[in-house]
Design a protein around this ligand. Structure first.
Ligand code: ADP
Ligand code: MG
Length: 401
């Protein structure tokens, strides 16, 4: 179905068409009438399927630009996602008088406060900064009629949950709540349901857990051989842009330092960087100025990098949802993408579980340890300086950023 077949005002429709959107994606088509009718909604659809616009288009139409107050509240888990989300709303709303604005940690508070006082209709925010402004009385939710949790299952996890519950409890008037994600673990489902009133459900992930356009490669190696194997892989592949995920910040730093000696256009991002640096790296990667980006899980969810042809998991991600989100940074909107995950011996049982639960058809580069009898990848160098003790390697990489 085309956007032009809906009853979308011409100023919004014109902006959407300018963005190159003509046909609606399945989640956009399914969500539009539900959101427009004012129902609560939990929408689950694969990574890169256009969930942002599925929410933003009807949301913008709900705003009364004459009323100088926050009417739509979008909560997202990371700062970069906040920037990306508000940018999409700005593009769609550019020919209207609707004012979107983003508040997130690390940005100048005086600028935020001046802008909020001047008038904002749709506020996109990370939970921390939002709480800060709610406690200090900078914000009023008196006129909020629609609240959105993007990456909802992440926001309802321990760590975020209490903050989200508090934030939502500050919306006093009757409002609509919308949840979006590509994953929804069983233990979070009930919490999600508790946020919603007589909700409608869209689940496009039951038949297909992840985009069919992503090929899932795995390679079984001794940890000390991974860098040489990555270089070999790069020589064989036509890489437009690559995102390399590690499970710990210090590993991101270490790999970046080593990799940049031989490769150009390399960057890194994790929560240990200043916000200015994070924003700059994020923008450089989006605009293709960085080709190889080493990242922690801060870049694992929601970010839309259209040119990423390859995702590498330096380690098996912790949790099957994390695998879906990380690999979902490629293969977006039907484009082809490749995911390569390095596996070491101690990760084999978690890998079996992942392949089964996520319904992955794995392609092995080299030995398939799930088939082979011998499941110990020896080092390829003849001299081994120290014995293979994978538990040590893993332990060092556990800390999450
Ligand atoms: P998701 O939130 O489902 O992961 P996004 O909202 O980030 O996906 O959208 C993925 C990409 O698809 C973005 O680059 C966006 O601009 C593009 N996109 C969204 N809707 C459409 C559409 N109807 N037609 C073409 N491209 C679209
Ligand atoms: Mg998204």
């Amino acid at each position: 179905m085309k956007f032009s077949e809906l009853n979308i005002p011409s100023n919004i429709l014109g902006a959407i068409e300018k963005m190159g959107y003509e046909e609606m994606t399945p989640v956009q088509e399914a969500a539009y009438p539900i959101i427009a009718a004012g129902h609560d909604l939990c929408a689950l659809a694969e990574t890169g399927s256009g969930k942002t616009a599925a929410c933003a288009i009807p949301l913008i139409q709900k705003v009364d630009p004459e009323l100088n107050a926050i009417q739509g509240l979008v909560i997202v888990p990371t700062r970069e996602l906040c920037i990306q989300y508000v940018t999409e709303i700005q593009h769609i709303a550019r020919r209207t008088n609707v004012v979107p604005f983003a508040v997130y940690g690390g940005f100048d508070k005086d600028i935020d406060i001046a802008k909020l006082k001047h008038g904002v209709h749709i506020l996109v925010a990370t939970p921390g900064r939002l709480l800060d402004y709610l406690y200090s009385g900078v914000l009023s939710f008196e006129h909020v009629k629609c609240a959105i949790l993007d990456e909802a299952d992440e926001l309802l996890k321990v760590g975020f949950l209490e903050d989200i519950e508090f934030i939502l409890s500050c919306i006093i008037r009757k409002h609509q709540t919308l949840l979006f994600s590509a994953t929804m673990p069983e233990d979070i489902k009930k919490l999600a349901h508790d946020c919603l009133r007589d909700p409608r459900h869209i689940s496009l992930i039951s038949e297909r857990k992840a985009p069919a356009s992503i090929d899932h490669y795995f390679a079984y190696h001794h940890p000390n051989d991974k860098m040489a194997e990555l270089v070999k892989y790069l020589e064989a592949e036509d890489v437009k842009q690559m995102l390399i995920f590690c499970n710990a910040r210090h590993m991101v730093d270490k790999l970046f330092t080593s990799f940049r000696k031989d490769f150009k256009d390399v960057g890194y991002i994790h929560a240990g960087l200043s916000q200015d640096k994070r924003t700059s790296v994020f923008r450089q990667f989006k605009s293709m100025k960085i080709r190889y980006l080493f990242a922690s899980d801060v870049a694992g969810r929601g970010l839309d990098f259209s040119h990423v042809s390859h995702v590498v998991n330096w380690n098996l991600p912790q949790g099957r949802e994390s695998y879906t989100h990380r690999t979902g940074r490629t293969g977006r909107m039907g484009r082809k993408g490749k995911a390569l995950t390095f596996i070491t011996k101690h990760e084999l049982s978690d890998l079996r579980e992942l392949i089964f639960r996520n319904e992955i058809s794995p392609c092995w580069i080299g030995e398939d340890p799930l088939q082979a009898n011998n499941t110990s990848p020896g080092r390829k160098t003849k001299k081994r300086k120290r014995p293979f003790r994978p538990h040590l390697g893993r332990g060092k990489e556990m800390a999450k950023s």
